[in-house]
Structure formats: structure tokens, C-alpha cells
Design a binder for this molecule. Structure first.
Ligand SMILES: [Zn+2]
Ligand SMILES: [Zn+2]
Length: 403
């Protein structure tokens, strides 16, 4: 059997099976498709304006490293006119964050972007290591998630930047949708489907340009583009519920690759049924205004590290290993078994557009009344913000220990 050819260019050997739709493409076409899909997401949801200064929440991990690389590429290719800055949070986790910050520092040089690092200790007086020492490992991701959200906002304010992009991917968003579905929390479910979170009262907008990108494709992109990223998982375990939702989605994906996008689409459709909420879908036609979202848990990132579910970590590590092995094998001969479906897969969606319904009837957005936290002055819908509430508990604990 002759080696199958790429479904896009029809000239190169198809050596990549896209996790998203099982299309068989060559490396060059895969990289381009991936970039063009992110471009499509950005353009169709009007994410940026020319001249905008944008901070990339950079952890040194695969998601934010791919985000930084793709944004740099697209910014140059399509003249977005963006001024891109890397913004990193130092949670104070020895042996994990120290190393990943070194990666971000290298990325700053590689991508020629300024880098700002903000530490939990300077912002809150606590490192995550100290938090875990006090409360144990259980639930620490909640602290980390709440602290990180504020830290990114505060870092952005220090830089006088009004837009923070994060590396949340389709798997992360599907996970959050599923968790909220299982909790019966439709309000939060609706908000979690949005590409833009943040609220009108806060002047820092948050968005997820990789919202429709599969985690597996992000790993492949990073690998084939030879990006320098940090692949060790956070040493503190994620929230159990998120980990379970993640494992479930991975199982579904095995049987039905479109499951992740299907959950996203269902979430967006359900969001439209929630009074006072409107979901931003890919927005090719319908333009919807981002609804209000205030609390940290509205963001896909509440799991703190978000994409660090144990199941995922192992699977992604296995996938990276597989990619390296495949490459070694391909140098010897064409792996026919991997290519046997090429012809069929070529018919599936390969034109780069994510087939998502548009939002025709977005409803007006209910605004939450927002004030400022009376302790730290941070934007909050309560008198005391979530971070300060958590800190109060921690500080009490510390006081008791000292007595
Ligand atoms: Zn090709
Ligand atoms: Zn506060």
C-alpha cells in the first residue's frame, strides 16, 4: 500500500492523525490548521482590537506556551497589531514553580516578549507551600485558583494592561461545563461557556483563545513546533471532582472524538436557555456580549492548575512519549497501520472551521452589582472577596499555631 497523502495538501505524507476529527494530515498542514482555527476563534469572537496590549497568563506549561507561540505567529501573520506581554504567577511551590518559571524566562527571550512575575507571597503573605503546610493537600487547588485569578488581574494592573488571555483549552472548558451540569448549576454552566469572562465593572478582561483547541492537539502542536515548555504536573493534587470529570471526558473522547466539542456546543446551547445569560459561541454570525462573571469559579481555571488532573497528566505524558517513538519509527519506514484510514478521514472536517452553531438570539445580560472588597479593594460582589475570606481562615490558623 502506498503511503497515504495529506488530506489537505495531497502532496506530503500524512503522518498525523488529528485527535479532534481523525483527519490524516502532514505536519506542516497540521500546524497551519491549528493556527488557522485559533485565528478563526479570535476573529469570529472579536477578541482583540488593533493596538491592544495583551498579557498572556504564562505558566511555562504546554497550554500557555502554545498560546504565546500561536499568538505571536498570528499577530505577525495577520497584523493584529497586538502588544504581547508574558505575565507569570509565582505561587511559591518549590520544585515545581521554580522550574517552570525558568521555562517562562526562556520563552520571554525566544518570543521576544517582556515578562512580569507576580508572587503570592508579596500579594497575600502566603506561598502555596505554606498554605498546604497549614491546610493539607486537600482543597488547596481552590486556594490556588482564587489567588491566581486575582494575581493575574493585579499583575495586569501593574502593567496597565486591560486584557489577560489564558491557555484554557477545549478539554478544560468541557470539564467545567460537565462539573456545573452535574452540580445542577446552570448559571455557572452558562458563564463557563463564554470565551470572554470578566465583568463590566472590572477593567481587566479575560479570555480563552484556545477554547476550541483539544488538549491533545496542543501537545502535538508543542511537540511538532519544538516549543520549549515545562511538562511536570503540579505536585499538589487537583480537586477530586474536577479530576473525575476530566477522567470521564477522556473516556468519552476515546469512544467518540467529537465528545469534547459536543459538550462545548451543548453547553453553549444550554447557556442560551438560562435567563439573563448569553453564551458566546464561535460567533461567526451572531455576536454576543460577554455576560457578567465575577467569582473565580466562573472561570475554567478554578481547579487552580486546571489541566493537571492525574488522568490527564499521565495520558499527556504517554502521548508525548508516543510522539517521540513514532518519529523514531517513521525514520525507518512508513507506519502503514497508522495510515490505513487516511482516505476516509479525509472527507471529515478538515477545512479549519470549527462546526459550531452561532448564537442568533443573545439575551440582554443581567449585571451583578459589584463593589470593592472592603479589605483589599479588589473588585468583588461580596463585601469581602473570596481571596480575603480564604486568607482570613489561613491567618487564623497561623495565629493559633503561634499561640
Ligand atoms: Zn499537508
Ligand atoms: Zn479582598
Amino acid at each position: 500500500m502506498a503511503p497515504a497523502l495529506c488530506a489537505i495538501c495531497k502532496t506530503e505524507r500524512a503522518n498525523i492523525k488529528r485527535p479532534k476529527n481523525h483527519a490524516r494530515v502532514c505536519k506542516g498542514c497540521f500546524l497551519t490548521l491549528f493556527e488557522e482555527e485559533v485565528h478563526h476563534t479570535i476573529v469570529s469572537s472579536n477578541l482583540f482590537y488593533p493596538g491592544e496590549r495583551v498579557a498572556i497568563g504564562a505558566s511555562g506549561g504546554k497550554d500557555s506556551t502554545v498560546l504565546a507561540s500561536v499568538l505571536k505567529t498570528l499577530n505577525e501573520r495577520y497584523n493584529y497589531g497586538l502588544e504581547l506581554v508574558l505575565l507569570s504567577i509565582d505561587e511559591g511551590i518549590k520544585g515545581y514553580r521554580d522550574d517552570s518559571l525558568e521555562t517562562v524566562k526562556r520563552n520571554a527571550v525566544q518570543y521576544d516578549m517582556p515578562l512580569k512575575i507576580v508572587g503570592y507571597d508579596e500579594l497575600y503573605g502566603w506561598t502555596m507551600d505554606q498554605v498546604v503546610e497549614t491546610i493539607g493537600k486537600k482543597g488547596n487547588c481552590t486556594y490556588c485558583g482564587v489567588f491566581r485569578r486575582q494575581a493575574l488581574d493585579r499583575g495586569a494592573k501593574m502593567l496597565d494592561i486591560k486584557h489577560v488571555v489564558t491557555g484554557h483549552n477545549a478539554d478544560d472548558v468541557a470539564e467545567t461545563i460537565l462539573m456545573n451540569l452535574l452540580r445542577g448549576d446552570m448559571g455557572r454552566l452558562a458563564r463557563s461557556t463564554n470565551i470572554v469572562t470578566g465583568d463590566d465593572s472590572s477593567d481587566v478582561k479575560r479570555s480563552k483563545p484556545l477554547k476550541y483547541a483539544y488538549e491533545k492537539e496542543i501537545v502535538m502542536y508543542a511537540y511538532h513546533k519544538k516549543l520549549d515548555y515545562f511538562s511536570t504536573e503540579c505536585i499538589y493534587s487537583p480537586e477530586a471532582f474536577r479530576g473525575t470529570a476530566r477522567a470521564l471526558i477522556k473516556q468519552l473522547e476515546r469512544i467518540r472524538p467529537s465528545a469534547i466539542l459536543d459538550i462545548l456546543r451543548s453547553g453553549e446551547d444550554m447557556a442560551r436557555l438560562v435567563p439573563g445569560e448569553s453564551a458566546s459561541s464561535c460567533g461567526c454570525k451572531g455576536k454576543s456580549k460577554p455576560p457578567a462573571a465575577t467569582a473565580a469559579e466562573d472561570d475554567g481555571g478554578i481547579g487552580g492548575c486546571g489541566s493537571n488532573g492525574a488522568a490527564s497528566g499521565n495520558e499527556m505524558a504517554a502521548m508525548e512519549k508516543q510522539l517521540r517513538e513514532n518519529e523514531a519509527a517513521e525514520e525507518l519506514e512508513v507506519d502503514v497501520s497508522k495510515l490505513s484510514l487516511a482516505g476516509r478521514a479525509a472527507e471529515s472536517e478538515t477545512d479549519g472551521a470549527v462546526p459550531l452553531k452561532t448564537n442568533k438570539n443573545s439575551k440582554p445580560v443581567t449585571r451583578q452589582t459589584l463593589g470593592n472588597c472592603k479589605r483589599c479593594g479588589y473588585m468583588s460582589s461580596q463585601e469581602v472577596c473570596q481571596a480575603c475570606m480564604l486568607l482570613e481562615g489561613l491567618n487564623k490558623n497561623r495565629a493559633q499555631i503561634q499561640i
